[in-house]
Design a protein around this ligand. Structure first.
Ligand code: TRP
Length: 80
């Protein structure tokens, strides 16, 4: 598959929703591939929502702080 197509492969991927239940919730994006580094950090305050996809650059996220996370696999909260 050509590079042009690979770069677009994630556009129809599922979204995840992260809803901050307190101020200062941090979402950290971890790099896809052999090494695992934090490449992006996003801060949410209480009530703010982030709707995001995994991409060719991001294969995992870490959520710190009290938050609700909705995915097609279900709903999780960081504090339960
Ligand atoms: N670089 C790793 C990878 O692409 C990132 C990663 C994915 C990861 N899932 C993880 C790191 C679970 C820790 C735990 O596979």
């Amino acid at each position: 598959m050509g590079m042009q197509q690979e770069e677009w492969m994630w556009v129809l991927a599922d979204y995840v929703v992260i809803r901050a239940l307190e101020n200062g919730v941090t979402i950290m994006g971890l790099t896809r591939g052999r090494d695992t580094k934090f490449h992006h950090t996003e801060k949410l305050d209480k009530g703010e929502v982030m709707i995001a996809q995994f991409t060719e650059h991001t294969s995992a996220i870490k959520v710190r702080g009290k938050a609700e996370i909705l995915t097609k696999h279900g709903r999780v909260r960081t504090d339960e």
